[in-house]
Design a protein around this ligand. Structure first.
Ligand SMILES: [Zn+2]
Length: 75
């Protein structure tokens, strides 16, 4: 499970999450996945798009269509 270090588009805090092939629909890339920022001060969901190596390509504030899973950030 590769670990990804990024920032939450809602609050800009640093976030860490793990992702694997089963978290995305791999029929087309970049593939969306929902990221839940598990934090008392945030708690919001955004959409991250990853490439075939599960690297983050870009992200959107809103919950966009097409993702199959929601991943919670780690502490
Ligand atoms: Zn956040």
């Amino acid at each position: 499970m590769p670990l990804r270090f990024n920032s939450c588009p809602h609050c800009n805090q640093r976030i860490v999450f793990s992702i694997d092939e089963n978290d995305i629909n791999s029929t087309s890339y970049p593939a969306p996945v929902y990221i839940l920022h598990k934090s008392e001060s945030c708690g919001k969901v955004s959409t991250f798009y990853v490439d075939s190596l599960l690297r983050v390509s870009y992200k959107e504030l809103e919950k966009k269509a097409g993702a199959i899973k929601t991943i919670e950030t780690r502490d």
